[in-house]
Design a protein around this ligand. Structure first.
Ligand code: ADP
Ligand code: MG
Length: 271
């Protein structure tokens, strides 16, 4: 049996009168890659921020390796969890390398320099996220996709046990999407754990060991991709006709809009 890495117990969260999460309980174990999916506004980002300890839930608790997350100090938490947010605005003109080096902050003494081990972590992070050629660029001069890769590099440099990522590949081209998700997937063979939200259901299907499906702030389904990604479940949540095929090699479910059943019938027909 794998060990519990992070556990949510009865999480509720509201922003003023908006109930963003209702009664969320789940447990994520070592060596799992868990995909979090759901429509816009279903609570994915709120859930991930609470798991990462950067947002306090209105009620409920999070346990990291069996210990209440509230009992960890900032450095202790940063050695164990790397959180990569969905969006990020950056106004300081640090270089990419300087920004990635900040991922080592939890390991450094106050105003300390990077050790050989720290540099090794930074170099490995640059490779994993394909950021080598961005090294000397300014953070303010990057495209959305490049910025996303640099954020990931900082997360890798942090060398956490648990990666919590909010749509980390949404702005990337398909080549970088697959490259980054493959690197993340490999982390689980090094006793790491990955919790990652996806917009693209097919990437979630291909890379997740387990999927958590959110809808209207509730955890509506949890299980292997083939259990959660069914046309019955998804059509009810996304409210469009969908069909689910199965990839011949990976056996992963592949979700497609069902244009024949939809109001756009004929839009693909050629004269
Ligand atoms: P998702 O990531 O699935 O799109 P979010 O967790 O961002 O969903 O949002 C869940 C709900 O909470 C939405 O209705 C959203 O409008 C609301 N919400 C998110 N962040 C805030 C905020 N800072 N203030 C007020 N409402 C928010
Ligand atoms: Mg979100």
């Amino acid at each position: 049996m794998s060990n519990s890495v992070i556990q949510a117990k009865n999480l509720n969260h509201h922003y003023d009168e908006i109930q963003a999460l209702s009664q969320i309980s789940c447990e994520i174990k070592e060596n799992e890659m868990v995909g979090v999916i759901g429509p816009n506004g279903s609570g994915k980002s709120t859930f991930l921020k609470i798991l990462a300890g950067i947002l306090n839930p209105s009620s409920g608790e999070v346990f990291l390796k069996g210990e209440n997350l509230k009992n960890y100090d900032k450095r202790g938490k940063a050695k164990l969890i790397s959180f990569i947010p969905q969006s990020f605005s950056y106004d300081f003109s640090f270089s990419v390398l300087e920004f990635i080096k900040m991922g080592r902050a939890p390991y450094l003494p106050f105003l300390g320099n990077l050790s050989a081990e720290d540099w090794q972590a930074v170099n490995s992070a640059l490779h994993k996220s394909d950021c080598l050629e961005l090294n000397s660029r300014k953070m303010t001069q990057l495209s959305g996709g490049e910025k996303q890769r640099v954020l990931l590099a900082q997360g890798f440099a942090q060398e956490p046990d648990l990666f919590i990522l909010d749509e980390p590949v949404s702005h990337l081209d398909i080549g970088h999407q697959i490259q980054i998700l493959t690197v993340l997937k490999k982390q689980i063979f090094e006793n790491k754990t990955v919790v990652c939200s996806f917009h693209d259901l097919n990437l979630a299907s291909l890379f997740s060991d387990r999927i958590l499906l959110f809808s209207c702030g509730k955890l509506t389904a949890s299980g292997a991709p083939e259990k959660v990604l069914t046309s019955e479940i998804l059509q009810e949540i996304y409210r469009i006709p969908l069909k689910v095929l199965h990839d011949f090699h990976s056996k992963s479910p592949i979700v497609l809009p069902d244009l024949v059943q939809s109001q756009f019938e004929g839009s693909k027909k050629r004269p």
